[in-house]
Design a protein around this ligand. Sequence first.
Ligand code: HEM
Length: 502
Amino acid sequence: MGPWELQLCTYGLALATALLLWAACACGWRRRRRTGEPPLINGWIPFIGKALTFKKDAFNFLIAQQRKFGDVFTVHIAGRYITFIMDPFQYVYVIRNSKQLDFFEFANKMASKSFSYPSLLDFPNLKERIQRNYKYLQGEALGIISDHMMKNLQHIFEWKYSQATDWKTEKMYKFCSFLMFEASFITLYGRDPAADGYNVISEIRDKFTKFDANFPYLVANIPIQLLGATKKVRKELIHHFLPWNMAKWMGGSEVIQDRKDILEKYELLQDSDKAAHHFAFLWASVGNTIPATFWATYYVLRHPEALAAVRDEIDHLLQSTGQKKGSGYNIHLTREQLDNLVYLESALNESLRMCSSSMNIRISQEDYILKLEGNREVSLRKGDWIALYPQILHMDPEVYEDPKEYKFDRFIENGKKKNTFYKGGRKLKYFLMPFGSGISMCPGRFFAMNEIKLFLIVLLAHFDIELVEKKPIGLDNSRFGLGILFPDSDIVFRYKIRSLEE
Ligand code: HEM
């Protein structure tokens, strides 16, 4: 957003706030806590409530409220009442009540508004068909799509970096973003074989980055008209996915082909609506994967012991399967081999633990009494939001010792994957939730994990690699609640093709 747009946006917001304040005062509005309801934190600004404090630092705000009010409390945030369930042992009671505490209403509204397509509910069985489509990201189909990803990744690595016989310096986020966007895009959507040098994927990536920068504002209900060029960029992005443009892309995935077939069945969907659906899926598939790839790479490079262990594990696997490392050799791994890379998986899980900040939201479908552990009951009103905020769990020192420290082998025990974590001596059912929970759990989670593992395997098998800048990188909290946080700055690193004598 440029300075003028920003100023306009600020004036717009100030005006809207003033009008809301006036309206609120005129109506004498303020919610009061009823018997059985959790403690209510209203804030003193009508309609805005605690939105500003929450936006500034959600993590510490929630911790402070938990200290004052206990594990369940309701906060008024921008006209919504959100009941936070802070105790991870209570998560299950929210997750299993998916009928009364619905996820779909929230997701459908948010996605259709942000990506500009009509509500799924206006089209019979569309929601169910799309949900069934996720089977192409699991089971056997996962093996196929992961294989394609590996081929595409290696092709892009080879093509772009075959010249790196001497140290080549680059910015790491830019590097990860370029490779992962390009490889994921080709794997999912295919590529135009007749493009003749013109790289439409780079154009889509640049526009995607612009759109994504303002995505948190869209989700926060700021009208797109106030967000500078975002509306125009979104229209251009959607245009790329119109049926006649997509028809040029060859070699795409089953998941996208099936999605196309599903959408084609709905005559009342405009071509631009179908295109918007494809664009939304693109956002879901790379929006979090790119920053997650950055963090996984950054942490491994920053911790020499992690780099050594992960690289050693990869080298061993390649050796034991008779595959050569180094540029010019293609690596092929089965799903099982990928699964068995416990150090790589643990290092990746540890980076996800440290940088994910998703908020799992459900909406109460009726005035409802939520039963929690130990006969505890909490009254919820129809339309209220219920939220789990797993970043608090990920940073809980009772669950993860020294939670701010990156320990690459935190998820390994006796040489095997560690799946048991405790809080207060009790075993936790949920301890790592970067991909959400229950009904709203990310359908692309297995593919996402594979993609990032494959990226690291190709990178570490083919290149010597090290950080050039030593500055620590922090989390940019402006995308809290949306998934993987971005880094607060990029960092310079260098890489060179590994010598084959090693
Ligand atoms: C590290 C990478 C990723 C992370 C951390 C992540 C995380 C998430 C989370 C937390 C949600 C639930 C959102 C909510 O509760 O509102 C979600 C939904 C979704 N994700 Fe992912 N995701 C990742 C990668 C992927 C990939 C690679 C794909 C597809 C290829 C994908 C496809 C989707 C889709 C389609 C949904 C929406 C599901 C629905 O509402 O029906 N994600 N993701």
